[in-house]
Write a protein that binds this ligand. Structure first.
Ligand code: ADP
Ligand code: MG
Length: 263
């Protein structure tokens, strides 16, 4: 069995990386997949949304990256969603960006840990929720992953900074991880009532073609409410439009085969 390892990356904050990571994880688990979410953002928003403790002192991605802790020592099961496991992020991770600079094999720390973990664990997906930067944390995610999923917010400036992200992916592929591909682009916070949102979606589809998942995630208050209850929208409001959108997107994403991945 092959495990798809996916980095959700975009150095812009607030584009829906975390929301997509946790809700895709929940939707994939509904569809029978075993999923591990690695929270790689010091804010720990994915840990919060998945209802997992991430107070200082909890073993998580910091200890894995900096202390070489085995991933199995940091994995906890999500209480709300079956078959979703989580590596939490504590605020300690904020220091890792600097601490990693002087660490041996600094770009490969996460990759090695994931590799070792997968020797004994059967998983369908590993989803890595990246921080809003292109520093060493995101670099570790891009080296550990085979695929990048880029969430793009349907707003002004949506494409701004995307060139830099794609260039980083290209550099990682050339020098650190030849497997890496941008496998999917997910449009988020789409608002059917505004023309702008439609125009941005059109522009992204014209630019990236088939890489863009057919389903765009609508802007929905339920999605922003769910994390404060330690939940994904699939458990918080299972019949909502937002939950259904993530179910569709997850199905489309799961159907992507290696052949179809885009550069
Ligand atoms: P990122 O991880 O890229 O910084 P988040 O997933 O945290 O982005 O989303 C940023 C904010 O927008 C959060 O408050 C989140 O709850 C909210 N949000 C994300 N997606 C949607 C959506 N489709 N509709 C409404 N709010 C959303
Ligand atoms: Mg985030």
């Amino acid at each position: 069995m092959t495990t798809r390892i996916v980095a959700l990356a975009n150095q812009k904050g607030g584009v829906g990386k975390t929301t997509s990571a946790v809700n895709l994880a929940a939707a994939l688990s509904e569809q029978g997949c075993r999923v591990l979410v690695i929270d790689l953002d010091p804010q720990g928003n994915a840990s919060t949304a998945l209802g997992v403790d991430h107070r200082v002192g909890v073993a998580g991605s910091y200890e894995i990256l900096i202390d070489g802790l085995a991933m199995s020592e940091a994995v906890t099961m999500c209480p709300e969603v079956p078959e979703v496991a989580v590596v939490p992020a504590t605020i300690d991770l904020a220091g890792a960006e600097i601490e990693l600079v002087s660490t041996v094999a600094r770009e490969y720390r996460l990759a090695r840990a994931v590799e070792r973990y997968l020797e004994t664990q059967k998983l369908d997906f590993v989803l890595i929720d990246c921080p809003p930067s292109l520093g060493l944390l995101t670099l570790n995610a891009l080296v550990a992953a085979q695929e990048v999923l880029i969430p793009i917010q349907c707003e002004y400036y949506a494409l701004e900074g995307l060139g830099q992200l794609l260039k980083t992916v290209e550099l990682v592929r050339a020098h650190l991880n030849p497997e890496l591909m941008v496998s999917a682009i997910l449009l988020t916070m789409a608002d059917a009532r505004t023309r702008l949102s439609g125009q941005v979606a059109e522009e992204v589809r014209a630019h990236f073609g088939d890489a863009v998942l057919p389903t765009a995630i609508p802007r929905a208050v339920r999605l922003s409410e769910a994390p404060s209850y330690g939940q994904t929208v699939l458990t918080y409001d299972p019949t909502s439009v937002a939950a259904d959108a993530y179910r569709s997107a997850a199905q489309e994403f799961a159907a992507i085969t290696a052949k179809e991945t885009h550069n």
